[in-house]
Write a protein that binds this ligand. Structure first.
Ligand code: TRP
Length: 341
């Protein structure tokens, strides 16, 4: 059976980009794969987190998974720190991964910023922990966004080197599953930047916990341009948006893409439908659609978060099931490496 592993960091609220680009696709994968969805709290602390906020964010991500339709009875939902195999395997893989490989990781360079000397060792070793997450379950498929592709390549390199160094065929090489067309949802304030939980303006994103009024306000304030909505002249013969058209009006195409993703329609159809209309009217329809799709999810999240004990119990149960898979694999690894038991 093919196995999926993926995770989200509990470092802030989840937003529309996380939902459309990740969690919603995971919901659909549950029927075809054996799925493990993790709240990666060990990764979160590679950058400073307030302990109280971390605990709350961990519950929020778990609630978002469940409210979006991940079924905790069939899929495994847990927080990473409760399954010790991740950290233990990460250490072993730290001894397999090469400095030269990690030095090429672009995300480390971005996150560490100018003062690299002051970055935590954890931030540097982050991709090795991610490899451990995946390999601890011998996961075969990993749904990730574009920004994580390099890390997944590294996980494959580490798996391969482990297998080669020890002359075993232990780890399968995990395949990336890159999301559909909705994988890239951009900021509502700047159509050239990804929608991100670290953007300082909350108007740049729709959070999964935003209520109807907030969603309406954010779409009303969303950046546009003075022209009416683009029409079919911007599409090529395959119905894809031409690159120059998109580059000229990134905000317009972002809003149209959000509409298409939320309504499960092809972008070309949405372009045809709203061609030549004013933004104000389109934004009204977009708001109604977003409220209809996200309202039930944020309502369910609020209901779940009102009972943190239940979420904690659910995560503990998930962690037990995760350990039942990961611990025997860790044992196998330790045996191969030559550790005594
Ligand atoms: N690094 C991922 C992110 O920030 C989160 C993550 C951690 C992950 N471990 C993973 C994703 C394993 C997929 C598989 O988005």
């Amino acid at each position: 059976m093919n196995r999926i592993f993926s995770g989200v960091q509990p470092t802030n609220n989840l937003h529309l980009g996380n939902y459309l680009g990740a969690v919603r696709n995971w919901v659909r994968m549950q029927k075809d794969y054996d799925c493990i969805f993790c709240v990666v709290d060990l990764h979160a602390i590679t950058l400073w987190q307030e302990p109280v906020a971390l605990r709350q964010a961990t519950r929020e991500v778990a609630a978002a998974y469940i409210a979006s339709g991940i079924d905790p009875k069939c899929s495994i939902i847990f927080n990473q720190s409760q399954c010790l195999a991740h950290a233990q395997l990460a250490w072993i893989l730290n001894c397999v991964a090469r400095l030269g490989w990690l030095n090429r990781m672009t995300q480390f360079k971005e996150k560490a910023g100018k003062n690299r000397e002051n970055a935590s060792i954890g931030l540097y070793a982050y991709p090795v922990l991610m490899a451990a997450d995946i390999l601890a379950y011998k996961a075969t498929h990993v749904p990730v966004g574009e920004d994580q592709k390099q890390h997944l390549e590294l996980a494959r390199d580490i798996a391969q080197k482990f297998n080669n160094d020890y002359g075993v065929k232990l780890f399968p090489l995990p395949e990336p599953v890159i999301g559909g067309p909705a994988a890239r949802i951009m900021s509502l304030r700047d159509g050239t930047k990804k929608m991100s939980k670290s953007d300082e303006s909350d108007y740049s994103r729709i959070n999964m916990t935003d209520d109807a009024d907030t969603i309406a306000l954010k779409f009303r304030k969303a950046k546009t341009d003075p022209n009416p909505l683009p029409g079919p002249e911007c599409l090529d013969e395959h119905g894809h948006v031409k690159a120059d058209a998109e580059a000229a009006r990134p905000e317009a195409f972002n809003l149209l893409s959000i509409y298409a993703a939320l309504s499960d329609a092809a972008l070309a159809d949405v372009v045809h439908r709203f061609a030549g209309q004013e933004f104000s009217k389109f934004k009204g329809e977009l708001t109604d659609l977003a409220v209809a799709k996200l309202g039930p999810i944020s309502g369910e999240m609020k209901r779940l978060l009102a009972h943190p004990d239940e979420i904690d119990a659910l995560l503990r149960n998930g962690a037990e099931r995760a350990q039942a898979i990961a611990m025997p694999i860790l044992r196998e690894v330790e045996e191969i490496v030559g550790f005594l038991h």
